[in-house]
Design a protein around this ligand. Structure first.
Ligand code: BJW
Length: 256
């Protein structure tokens, strides 16, 4: 027998499926939570082990990098290893499938791990860059590492400049194309899904606000309440790897 709360969740998923069934353009924003079930810690999880004495907010800045590039690189190399070992999970796969089931879907991710692409999602907008790429601090272009700097602080093979991860730190601009296309999608969509994000970091968090202002249905998927929850039309409380496959199933087989 189903518990009452499981029944309530099922009803909410059915309502979310109805929204998606009617939608012409679905805009999806994902955050670190969707990759948690792939073994990648969320950004605001307390860090463990070696990194427990640092706050991610204090490492993901240009100031931190300029102060101590070696420390920041060690943190990014640790995270890169986690990303390289990780596999897309059921949540990533469900979103790739959802793109095939609705007329149009724009997927905007704050994640830097490339797992949506590996799950088969087309045309992912990487709002905060990609951790697996390096960028030259001097030329400001994606660059390769010089042979003699594969360990420690890497340097550009073309000009010898310091390399940094090709991600967006606090106070830095969002990549122009991703920002424009995401804003256009929030302005055009008729359903908005916010998945696995604390909705704390702007301008990404502002995309759901655009949809809310346009009175577009906003659906949140998250095991915990966030800054968006009170305003969202539907809150599907639970892990993305469980909720999103259930949502797809409901979309395919609506109750008679
Ligand atoms: C699950 C789950 C499961 C767990 N399933 N869910 C307006 C108002 C206030 C401040 C600002 C503003 N506009 C700009 C700012 C400043 C700043 C900002 O937002 N600060 C706030 C913290 C207050 N923003 C910026 O600085 C941005 N730049 C900017 O505005 O530039 C202006 C400019 C213009 C022109 C020229 C120059 C400058 C840039 C923001 C960059 C953010 N970068 C980071 C690091 C990326 C690189 C890296 O990875 O190292 O991006 S910070 C970090 O936060 C990372 C994430 O993408 C981002 C969002 O975090 P996310 O994804 O929401 O993760 P968590 O951990 O917070 O939440 C996880 C959620 O998952 C939780 O809710 C869990 O419950 C849930 N969960 N398991 C589903 N199984």
């Amino acid at each position: 027998m189903k518990t009452e709360s499981a029944g309530a969740l099922e009803q909410l998923i059915a309502r979310a499926a109805t929204v998606l069934r009617r939608a012409r353009h679905v805009c999806v924003l994902t955050g670190a939570g969707i990759s948690a079930e792939s073994g990648i810690p969320t950004f605001r999880d307390a860090l463990t082990g070696l990194w427990s004495k640092f706050r991610p907010e204090e490492l993901a800045t240009l100031e931190a990098f300029e102060r101590d590039p070696q420390l920041v690189w060690q943190w990014y190399e640790w995270r890169r290893d986690l990303v390289r070992q990780a596999q897309p999970n059921a949540g990533h796969r469900a979103l790739a499938e959802l793109a095939r089931r609705v007329p149009r879907l724009t997927l905007v991710t704050q994640n830097v791990d490339g797992l949506h692409q590996r799950a088969g999602s087309p045309a992912v907008l990487e709002y905060h860059g990609n951790i697996l790429r390096d960028r030259c601090m001097l030329e400001q272009v994606v660059a390769d590492r010089s042979e003699d700097s594969r360990h420690g602080v890497p340097r550009c093979s073309a000009c010898g400049g310091l390399l940094r991860p090709d991600v967006v730190w606090f106070g830095e601009a969002i990549p122009r194309e991703a920002m424009l296309l995401a804003a256009a999608a929030a302005d055009d969509c008729d359903a908005f899904l916010s998945i696995g994000t604390s909705s704390l970091v702007y301008p990404a968090a502002g995309l759901a606000e655009v949809a809310l202002q346009r009175r577009v249905p906003v659906i949140e998927v998250n095991p915990n309440p966030t800054d968006l929850s009170a305003a969202a039309d539907l809150v599907l409380q639970g892990p993305a790897g469980t909720i999103l496959p259930l949502l797809l199933e409901q979309l395919a087989h609506p109750p008679g």
